[in-house]
Design a protein around this ligand. Structure first.
Ligand code: SAM
Length: 342
């Protein structure tokens, strides 16, 4: 199985500021969706959070969604907020946060129930017509599987044309599968707001330079004999940032008649690490936070449970980042979509 969960024991929760600040790009789309969404006339109102990880970054958008929908639906309505991630996700951190953290959207909301599903979002997840609002942040670029490993790099946009073509076919099928299942699950007038890794018009994902440093660190470990060459050759991060054309494709060809793409924006919100570095030029602090970001998101895909290799890599990555902070202080490109179930 391709390992795409985040680093556990709450590590992702404390090293995902970049994802949280990048997802701010979707605030306007979320507000539009909250005004447009059809409120079910009776029964619990279901909101889904696809790719929740340990939940820290879901609290702000879920709180906002609940505030607006509570106001529109009137007093006394009950809600289910369903957090979805893979079976190997650190759900313990999510449940603890939901019950105990001051930032939890459940604080002061006895009629709001938070629950979780440990299953891929490329599978059916909810009863037909039951979903009012679907949200997903920085998750849908993760692929269901890799048909090929990159021979010379770990970051798919840096692969050869043939490698990228094989992986693009899986990415297209995944995107259609996700949207097709949600089409069945959304109630008429339901809304999806999705923010995911993307490629801008000049072909940039924003992570190329960081991934080059990471790739050089791994090659350094191979050269030192600390990482076997065949193990390096099998390492590829199963994350696929999509172009506008790829994001739009299933909406254009008539295969999703129940879904309407209302808005698609591709942008690169300021990275908090880059903003801090521009102000203080503190290369070491920048390297620490960028290394934490990288390990939280990508270490399980590369190293699994091999903590010794992870530690050796982290030291090289930190040094590489500190040496070229000016190049690496860049934002991440994201696509934001608002979709209506017609
Ligand atoms: C970078 S984290 C994003 C977490 C959070 N939404 C945020 O904005 O910080 C991506 C999450 O997507 C999850 N994920 C990846 N592929 C998935 C799949 N096929 N089904 C469900 N979750 C998946 C990962 O396990 C991970 O928790």
């Amino acid at each position: 199985m391709t390992e795409t969960v985040m680093r556990g024991h709450g590590y992702y929760n404390t090293h995902s500021e970049l994802q949280a600040r990048t997802a701010v790009a979707s605030d306007a789309a979320l507000e539009d969706a909250l005004q447009a969404v059809a409120i079910p006339p009776s029964g619990p109102i279901i909101i889904a959070d696809f790719g929740c990880s340990q939940g820290r970054n879901s609290m702000r958008p879920m709180d906002r969604a609940l505030t607006v929908i509570e106001g529109r639906a009137g007093a006394g309505r009950e809600f289910m907020v369903v957090h979805i991630d893979q079976p190997g996700n650190d759900f313990a951190s999510l449940f603890t946060l939901l019950d105990e953290d001051a930032a939890s959207y459940r604080q002061g909301r006895p009629l709001v129930f938070g629950l979780a599903i440990g299953r891929s979002f490329y599978q059916p997840l909810l009863p037909a017509g039951s979903l009012t609002l679907g949200w997903s942040s920085i998750a849908l670029h993760w692929l269901s599987r890799l048909p090929v490993a990159l021979a010379d790099h770990i970051w798919i946009p840096r692969g050869s044309a043939a490698e990228r073509a094989a992986i693009a076919a899986v990415a297209a099928a995944d995107w259609r599968a996700f949207l097709g299942h949600r089409m069945r699950e959304l109630a008429p007038g339901g809304q999806l707001v999705l923010v995911l890794g993307a490629i801008d018009e000049s072909g940039v994902s924003g992570l190329e330079a960081l991934q080059d440093v990471a790739n050089a660190a791994l090659r350094g470990l191979v050269a030192e004999g600390r990482l076997a060459a065949d193990r390096y050759a099998a390492m590829t991060i199963p994350s696929y940032p999509r172009t506008r054309a790829e994001l739009e494709a299933p909406f254009r060809d008539g295969s999703l008649p129940g879904l309407r793409l209302d808005a698609l924006e591709i942008s690169a919100p300021p990275s908090p690490m880059a903003v801090r570095w521009a102000a203080d030029r503190d290369d070491a602090a920048f390297a620490d936070t960028m290394t934490g970001f990288f390990l939280a998101a990508f270490s399980p895909s590369l190293f699994g449970a091999d903590t010794a290799l992870d530690t050796a890599f982290a030291a090289r990555l930190r040094a590489g980042v500190a040496a070229s902070a000016a190049d690496l202080a860049r934002p991440i490109t994201v696509g934001v979509l608002r979709v209506t179930r017609v």
